[in-house]
Design a protein. Structure first.
Ligand code: M6R
Length: 610
């Protein structure tokens, strides 16, 4: 998704902006641009495609002088990815330049208004309309804050913006609603960015701009105003991520690095929540009395987070005995969800910024539910708007394909299921102890699984030329099949579908022909025999099957062409172990195909549009 960087200080702005944008490349983009204010004018450069093109165009920024500027990587929404539609957008006359993440939904109506007032447009974007509207008010008010606020009053939609003015070399404006924006505080210099990695090289003192807050950024200070123009005092938070953890750390890809970080990430997520042999989550607002009165749970999320929710559904129903419905966030608002004060809505999001998920959260709140979020990014919009939040301590996840954030979501949701079960009287002390020790073994189980990757590399070498790969499983293994299939298709571009194994014969089995690859996940022992029958069915039609089972006693029992045998572990720990070979299989398959693993085509890390 789009990235924003802004700078004011004593250094040359352009090289610094380009460097910041490089750190945001992981968000996905299709064009990039910068604008720098110098001697009463705005100097801009934009290019379609990779940032390297913009670096070449500007001599790594050296051809543009000035100490104040904004930069942007764009992921096209309104208008195709090209030079004209790239940000920053500059008003006619060159007074205002703006970078924007989000969507101005009523831009057509605003455009008509501006055209009537003598404005003309070069791009198809909603963002250019925003720049021109600010210009319209600036001409009348000659005050940047006033002009931005007057324009903002007319915006419908979501926005994080950095705005510079040709005749203001000592300040620029940051503004946000629904899309994330942070301010980085330096010594004699200050920054804005859409995400932390862009700033780590320069500062760790970060302020997150709140909803509808506007900030005036000067080199020696920052003033923040709320939507009613009151000054907001907010202490910066210290970001503790080391700069390395936002880089590749010696691996070829962020995805592999993040896969390898899973033992630590899982350990960090579990450890602080186990106290005196009990699961303690430290919920601040959702009381135990409220938990006891819950009659229904909705788990709402997108993509892999939704798949984590599907695993959690089994755990919550099993240990807490509450009916659970798992909903895609993009559908949730349109299903008339049956929500009351005894409903718990659990929102899962790595980024905490996924717009569909954020809107689902707001819908749940509006309908009076308790809202608990499982989020990786501290202080993100979803975290900020939830009644209670539990953080997955996965650390920054850069690869578009989620791995460590997904596995930490799984363990955190399992802990939540145990906690809900205890509070509701279904999990006694003995069971809680057993479940905790099963989960606590996970980091060393994952470490073991990561030690030897040769077998998975070999399987990937056999599979990477396939046109289709099917995944199947039952119960928790079905939820895992969905995740394994998504992982594979998003980074290797191999067509893949996942099915509940019993469902295959209701249609999809017609696609199985000699040579088709099928990955059968059969770690859940109570249903192993049924999976063995399903493996037989597809093999009888000529499929080549890779089975993933758990426990040495099952070796050679699946009837598959290839077997991956995980160490035996309790059901509660199985999903987090089983996903590891699925991630590695996807990674090595994409590697063999020579794909752009960390930035797969058309995808973005954080999906901040509906
Ligand atoms: O940040 P979120 O967890 O809300 O993101 C949801 C999905 O976009 C995300 O899980 C996506 O499916 C993954 N990148 C897939 O690997």
């Amino acid at each position: 998704m789009c990235g924003i960087v802004g700078y004011i200080g004593g250094k040359a702005a352009a090289p610094l902006l380009l460097d910041g944008l490089k750190k945001l490349e992981y968000r996905g983009y299709d064009s990039a641009g910068i604008a720098v204010v110098n001697n009463g004018s705005i100097h801009a450069a934009k290019e379609r495609g990779r940032l390297s093109a913009l670096c070449s165009l500007t001599g790594d920024g050296k051809s543009i002088s000035g100490h104040l500027g904004i930069g942007h990587t764009r992921w096209a929404t309104h208008g195709e990815p090209n030079h004209v539609n790239a940000h920053p957008h500059i008003s006619i006359g060159g007074m205002v330049a703006l970078v924007h993440n989000g969507i101005i939904e009523n831009y057509s109506e605003l455009k008509q208004f501006l055209i009537k007032n003598g404005y003309s447009f070069v791009s198809e974007t909603d963002s250019e309309v925003a720049a021109q509207l600010i210009d319209y008010y600036y001409k009348r008010q000659h005050d940047p804050v006033e002009a931005v606020r007057l324009a903002e009053k007319r915006f419908a939609g979501s926005y994080a913006m950095g705005i510079v003015f040709a005749d203001r070399e000592d300040e620029f404006i940051a503004l946000r609603k629904d899309s994330p924006l942070i301010i980085g505080l330096g010594e004699g210099e200050n920054f804005i960015a859409s995400d932390v990695p862009a700033l780590l090289k320069h500062t760790r003192r970060i302020i997150r701009l709140g909803e509808r807050e506007l900030a005036v950024i000067r080199k020696d200070g920052v003033t923040i105003f709320d939507k009613d123009s009151n000054t907001v005092k907010r202490e910066p938070v210290m970001v503790t991520w080391d700069a390395d953890s936002a880089e590749k750390g010696g691996y070829d890809h962020f995805m592999l690095k993040e896969i390898m970080e899973q033992p630590d990430a899982v350990r960090r997520t579990i450890a602080p929540r186990i106290q005196h042999g009990r699961v303690e989550l430290g919920l601040k607002r959702i009381t135990e009395a409220a938990i006891r009165s819950i009659e229904r749970v909705y788990i709402v999320a997108c993509g892999s987070s939704y798949h984590a929710g599907m695993v959690a559904r089994y755990a919550i129903e099993k240990y807490a005995r509450i009916p659970v419905t798992c909903e895609l966030a993009s559908e949730f608002r349109y299903i008339e969800p049956m929500i009351g004060s005894n409903t718990l809505v659990i929102i899962i999001s790595q980024s905490g910024e996924t717009l569909d998920t954020l809107f689902a959260l707001r819908e749940a709140k509006k309908r009076g539910a308790h809202v608990l979020s499982i989020v990786n990014v501290v202080g993100s919009s979803i975290a900020a708007e939830s009644e209670d939040v539990l953080y997955t301590w996965a650390g920054p996840e850069i690869a578009v394909a989620t791995t460590k954030a997904y596995s930490t979501q799984l363990v955190l949701m399992e802990l939540l299921a145990v906690y809900l079960g205890r509070v509701r009287g279904h999990v006694d002390e003995r069971l809680e102890g057993e479940l905790i020790s099963a989960l606590s073994e996970l980091p060393s189980i994952i470490e073991k699984l990561l030690e030897d990757q040769a077998g998975l590399k070999a399987l990937a070498a056999e599979s990477y030329m396939q046109r289709d790969i099917f995944f199947m499983g039952r119960n928790i293994d079905y939820a895992l099949a969905l995740e394994g299939s998504l992982k594979l298709k998003e980074i290797s571009y191999i067509h893949s579908e996942a099915y509940a194994a019993g469902e295959l014969k209701h249609g999809t089995i017609s696609l199985i022909v000699p040579g088709t690859s099928v990955v059968a996940i059969c770690t859940y022992a109570p249903l192993l025999d049924k999976m063995v029958s399903n493996i037989r069915e597809v093999k009888a039609r000529g499929a080549s099957v890779i089975a993933i089972a758990a426990g040495e006693e099952h070796r050679g029992k699946t009837g598959a062409n290839h077997e991956i045998i995980l160490p035996g572990c309790a059901d509660i720990a199985l999903p987090c172990a089983s996903v590891v070979p699925l991630q590695l299989f996807a990674y090595y398959t994409a590697l063999m195909k020579g794909c752009d693993i960390d930035k797969p085509r058309n995808l973005a890390k954080s999906v901040t549009v509906e």
